[in-house]
Design a protein around this ligand. Structure first.
Ligand code: ZN
Length: 830
């Protein structure tokens, strides 16, 4: 044996030994994959094992951490050659899209991003991610020659482990296929959402959650050509894959449609061979921009949802209604096949994917070239923070007139701009996403949709806006913050206007420091400035016991970037003086909120997140199960999130709540919670019923096949309405005469006869954006949006529209804050 032969022989052996050391998921985990649910840390361990065995072909990256401190991981997988040039491939791709300057040099590598388990209890897909990476490196390694695969094994680790831990605690051994077994019935809130009970598959565009925020940073660095979001649906459903259902957003290109079909046909080949059933082109549409399929689509990718039958009900095995046993093994196998088939077809079309991806970023044909936004500087600031997360660029107006579609009047109009006005142009690589997020009205090719049909950001942020067909020149500017002229030890009081969430955070912080704060119910003038209703007044005389008072105010002001004014005398130029009964002390509320069964976990979660992460004010959660034995007199405010309280609020509990309100409690009922009080004695809330006798007659002859479509006339699928606002009422302090509300459904209540109608719809209301059926519109005539009714010393606050929905309707949040701090702000000790 000569030397060189020995060398080659040893080399070959080491390669094969090397590869043999890569364990399959089953070997590594110590059980056949799919026979147990793997906890998240085991999945991370497996991916680390794969990286350690294939360091030249696999790179792991931790891109973030969940609220419960689990790691968010990505694996980059490709050929050795590509992995050496990974950074260059990434940059080339951004150049191809015009996001990075320079010409792209290679254009034949496909970038495929596979995201698993966004819904924590759709748990088969994370199992599939392990088998998929294993197969990509072994039997399907050929695909990697011209493909970079990015695998996110679990987008929602907190939700997944909530599900898996519960299942492991609960299930029988061997598993029970009986649908009625407790292992098939998850308790509230279930594993679907993240820690704060947000649906991460509704959060891509609003980026309210840490998982989304971390993901968008890497997503924008890569901008993949293909993105797949793996899901599960009910146990009786087969498999769903692309092409998606109508409506498609008009921005979606012919190529994006065509390639979805090609992908679907490739999957069909494998599914047909095995005799697995599937469906396409139904149910899952491409419109609402905050999904794991639409968001990537609007960023130029082929974005898709794949759905396996299974879900939180299925466990390790279940007998479905057709008498078939559906197992976790089946479910993860299907997701593995569709994942690999996606990589295969992408690899086969790598060159064309690159070419077409590049073309997507030509935005020259968009109707509106610029959106100009005018209004409160803090609201503009918070909108720019959202744009930063999407790496959408913006600037500020130079001054001068701008004409175009006016959002407030829904007509052509003009705006005299100043340098404070924000300009967002579609003349940038992400111009199509700008269009999707800003355009006043999304074009609907079909009114049967899976989600809301309106989300236009100027309405959501409460800003006036013009959509202009010309490119408006803009200047760069960094937001310098406010000039804070504190402390001033001569001040009688510090005064701050009340306009937005930042002011609310400032107030919450002061209250937590036991600083007494007043607010005005009437406008006043002091030192030549008019202060509107709701302005905060921090009087020195109220705070004698606070050590280092001026410095504390000053520090808190800079922390929240607020610039309260030092006022030297309590004698106002006009309007109430600081000692007037119209200037009231904020009674720091002790807040309780219902959670658990009968509440909507999404609504509860959004409120929980609001208190903990946005307002930073304490709230006590009380399980509905314990309400009957809860001592309510410890709290001034009780929040009932959206929910289904029908089977819960019996006579005794209703009486208990009423007695507490009469003694001075404040109940805030949101959305579905209103159902429990409508028409009940003592509550002035009445349901609106449209006169539909005429319609009923016609309905009888509607054909079976047309029923579903016919029903859309009764629906509102998330539409924006312009409401009238009584901003003399404390619930509306900080608002103008009008407020654009996002209506999520068609429930409607009459105006309060013995109460305050704070925001409402008048005669013949019309949706300014989104879909509302004719019948549903009729019902909205003169209906309540927000109101307050007094009951004894206390109040009940009705919020028909849920301002916390997915936490993105920024301009609605102050109604909620006002309800807590200002409305019926009596000082009754309960
Ligand atoms: Zn799902």
């Amino acid at each position: 044996m000569n030397k060189s032969f020995t060398f080659i022989f040893t080399f070959l052996c080491s390669v094969s030994i090397f590869a043999q050391n890569l364990q399959s998921p089953s070997t590594f985990l110590g059980y056949d994959i799919g026979t147990k649910f793997s906890r998240h840390h085991q999945v991370v361990d497996y991916f680390e094992h794969v990286e350690s065995q294939f360091p030249q072909q696999v790179k792991l990256e931790q891109y973030g951490e969940t609220n419960e401190r689990r790691p968010l991981m990505l694996a980059y997988i490709s050929s050795e050659e590509n992995m050496k040039n990974l950074e260059q491939i990434r940059e080339n791709n951004l150049k191809n899209a015009g996001i990075l300057e320079g010409t792209s040099t290679t254009n034949d590598i496909a970038i495929v991003w596979l995201s698993y388990n966004v819904h924590g209890n759709e748990a088969s897909s994370t199992e599939a991610s392990m088998l998929t990476i294993f197969k990509l490196l072994t039997e399907n390694a050929a695909y990697l020659k011209n493909t970079v695969v990015i695998i996110d094994p679990c987008i929602n680790p907190d939700g997944r482990d909530r599900y898996v831990n519960w299942y492991n605690e609960t299930a029988n051994v061997p598993y029970d296929i009986d649908q009625q077994a407790s292992e098939h019935s998850e308790p509230w809130p279930g594993g679907r959402p993240n820690h704060y009970l947000f649906d991460l598959n509704r959060d891509w565009a609003w980026a309210t959650q840490v998982e989304t925020q971390a993901r968008l940073k890497v997503y924008n660095k890569w901008m993949p050509h293909i993105h797949v979001d793996f899901h599960e649906q009910g146990i009786n459903e087969p498999y769903y894959f692309a092409p998606a259902a109508e409506p498609f957003h008009e921005i979606i290109s012919d190529w994006q449609r065509d390639f979805q079909t090609q992908i679907g046909k490739n999957h069909a080949k494998y599914f047909d061979a095995e005799g697995w059933l599937y469906f396409t082109r139904e149910r899952f549409d491409l419109l609402y921009p905050s999904y794991g399929d639409t968001y990537p689509t609007y960023m130029g990718a082929i974005g898709m949802t794949y759905e396996q039958g299974g879900h939180g009900r299925a466990g390790l095995g279940i007998l479905n209604d057709e008498g078939d046993e559906l197992t976790l093994v089946d479910r993860l196998t299907h997701h593995t096949v569709s994942g690999l088939s996606t990589v295969e077809i992408s690899s086969k079309n790598a060159k064309q994917l690159n070419t077409e991806f590049g073309k997507y970023f030509d935005n020259s044909k968009l109707l509106y070239k610029s959106y100009v936004l005018h209004g409160d500087q803090d609201k503009i600031k918070s909108l720019t923070q959202l744009l930063d997360q999407h790496e959408i660029t913006y600037g500020y107006a130079q001054g001068g007139k701008v004409t175009g579609f006016n959002y407030s009047s829904s007509k052509q109009g003009q705006l005299n701009t100043t340098q404070k006005d924000l300009v967002v142009s579609t003349n940038q690589p992400k111009g199509k996403m700008v269009k999707v997020l800003f355009e006043p009205n999304t074009k609907l090719s079909d009114s049967l949709t899976y989600d809301i049909t309106a989300w236009s950001l100027p309405y959501a942020y409460g800003l006036d806006a013009i959509a202009s067909k010309s490119i408006i020149t803009m200047v760069n500017k960094t937001f310098s913050g406010y000039l804070i002229e504190l402390p001033d030890t001569n001040a009688t009081a510090y005064v701050l206007e009340w306009d937005n969430m930042m002011d609310a955070q400032f107030l919450a912080d002061l209250l937590k420091q036991n600083i007494k704060v007043r607010f005005t119910e009437k406008p006043f003038i002091a030192q030549d400035k008019t202060y509107k209703r709701g302005s905060l007044i921090i009087v020195r005389g109220d705070n004698n016991k606070i050590e280092d008072f001026d410095n504390k105010i000053s520090k808190t002001a800079s922390k929240h970037n607020r610039a309260p004014k030092a006022i030297l005398s309590g004698f106002s130029t006009s309007g109430p003086d600081f000692g007037s009964p119209d200037i009231k002390l904020v009674n720091p509320p002790k807040i309780a909120m219902l959670s658990g069964d009968y509440t909507s976990s999404l609504s509860y979660g959004a409120l929980w997140h609001f208190f903990e992460q946005q307002l930073h004010y304490p709230v006590t959660s009380i399980n509905t199960e314990n309400l009957s034995r809860t001592n309510l007199s410890k709290y001034n405010v009780l929040i009932m999130p959206n929910g289904y309280y029908g089977g819960f609020l019996n006579e005794n509990l209703t009486e208990k709540i009423k007695t507490w309100i009469q003694a001075g409690g404040k109940l805030i009922a949101i959305d579905g919670a209103l159902n429990s009080f409508a028409g009940k004695e003592g509550f002035g809330l009445k349901r609106n019923v449209a006169d539909s006798t005429q319609e009923e007659k016609q309905n009888k002859t509607i054909k079976y096949a047309d029923r579903e479509r016919d029903n859309t006339k009764n629906l509102i699928t998330g539409a924006v309405f312009k409401t009238d606002v009584d901003n003399t009422h404390p619930m509306a302090f900080g608002y103008d005469d009008h407020y654009f509300t996002l209506k999520l459904g068609s429930s409607s209540y009459s105006l309060l006869e013995n109460g305050y109608n704070v925001a409402y719809l008048g005669d013949n209301p019309k949706n300014v954006s989104g879909y509302a059926g004719q019948q549903a519109l009729k019902k909205l005539d003169n209906s309540l949006i927000f109101g307050e009714q007094r009951m004894g010393s206390g109040s009940i606050i009705y919020m028909v529209d849920n301002v916390m929905f997915r936490s993105f309707w920024e301009n609605g949040k102050l109604f909620f804050v006002n309800s807590i701090f200002f409305v019926n702000n009596n000082l009754v000790e309960l």
